[in-house]
Design a protein around this ligand. Structure first.
Ligand code: AMP
Ligand code: MG
Length: 346
């Protein structure tokens, strides 16, 4: 049976850090960025018109740029010296051919921040996200995780985490399209501080709403677990996951959704297992695709490892160089799942 190694116990893990100001700043920043993305999505024709295809062929929209600028401005205000590792850069927006997209980004940022800023300030905010993740403390941001889901009308997430000594210590996951019982309007914020648990709060009215603690139900047998995975077959090996579901005898319907909303689904009990199985040998997961979601789930007492059962290692800059894929679960039998994955993918 495969062993699941515990995460490395550094000083950061052992000391309980307060980080109230960081958490409150991150909640406000992510909420504002979520509202910016929702405004862009409402005028979805505009979002499509502003879609740029990046070098790796992935799309980036007005919403991605606006959300990164909005979060960067909030962090600059509260923690001016903290570096930010953001997924986006201003390079393509500086191309004169993209002046129409830049104008839409500026309009979205003005609306979200209430500040009459110009192009140069917005581009500077965007470029605050150019850090490489090689300092003791820095923030990691995916301004729109699951851009394909955003464009398709599916799930997406604004994901922000603070990394200290190579470990996520504060996380906020904004899921503007998440529908949950008791929500009049879709949208959730899930948040965590290392050693202090995780909670969720409705996105709309989050500042005054009650924070609901998140704690997974680990008593479910693996056979009763529901698996979730990417919609995109290029991001996870869906035929391997089908074999694993069969081998483990999972009875629940598999769920496909975009973005780190999958971590949210497991943390709140809408799914029990998130499989992300490598489709290419050379692909390394990006830190912004996992830092926030993984901390939220771990603080909700879930387990997060790579496909070999090793903890995610955030000490290597912008990629999870030492890891392959991800297995995130609410199951006490995580090690059994790791074994099944190992057999299925060889
Ligand atoms: P998801 O919405 O879970 O499918 O994940 C979206 C993320 O997948 C994007 O933010 C990309 O960074 C990431 N991605 C791109 N290519 C790959 C790949 N080959 N394997 C795994 N993830 C990828
Ligand atoms: Mg992403």
């Amino acid at each position: 049976m495969g062993r699941v190694r515990a995460s490395p116990m550094t000083e950061t893990t052992m000391k309980i850090l307060d980080r109230t100001l960081e958490l409150d700043t991150a909640l406000r920043a992510v909420a504002r960025a979520c509202h910016a993305t929702m405004a862009v999505r409402k005028g979805i024709a505009g979002a499509f018109a502003g879609t740029i295809v990046k070098e790796d062929k992935s799309p980036v929209t007005v919403a991605d740029f606006a959300a990164q600028a909005v979060v960067a401005s909030s962090l600059e205000h509260a923690f001016g010296d903290d570096p930010l590792v953001g997924e986006e850069s201003s390079d393509s927006l500086r191309d004169p051919a993209q002046s129409g997209t830049l104008a839409r980004v500026v309009a979205a940022v003005r609306e979200a921040t209430g500040q009459p800023v110009g192009e140069s300030v917005v581009l500077e905010w965007l470029d605050r996200g150019n850090a490489r993740g090689d300092t003791q403390r820095y923030w990691v941001l995916d301004p729109v995780d699951g851009t394909k889901g955003f464009l398709r009308g599916g799930q997406y997430a604004v994901a922000l985490a603070l990394i200290e000594d190579g470990e996520p210590t504060v996380a906020v996951l904004g899921c503007p399209a998440y529908e949950a019982a008791g929500l009049a309007i879709p949208g959730l914020l899930l948040a965590a501080r290392r050693g202090q648990g995780a909670f969720e709060v409705p996105l709309h009215g989050f500042a005054t709403a009650t924070r609901r603690p998140l704690r997974v139900d680990r008593s479910r047998a693996a056979s009763a677990c529901r698996m979730c995975e990417s919609v995109e077959s290029g991001h996870t090996d869906q035929s391997a996951s089908e074999r694993i579901v069969r081998e483990l005898g999972l009875t629940g319907d598999a769920l496909r959704m975009d973005s780190q909303a999958k971590y949210a689904a497991v943390a709140r009990g809408d799914a029990d297992l998130y499989l992300r199985l490598p489709t290419r040998k050379d692909y390394r997961e990006k830190v912004w695709d996992h830092a926030a979601g993984a901390l939220v789930l771990q603080e909700a007492l879930g387990t997060v490892t790579d496909v070999d059962g090793a903890p995610l290692d955030f000490r290597h800059g912008t990629t999870l160089q030492q890891n392959r894929g991800v297995i995130a679960s609410a199951c006490a039998e995580h090690a059994r799942i790791v074994d099944a994955v190992r057999r299925a993918i060889g």
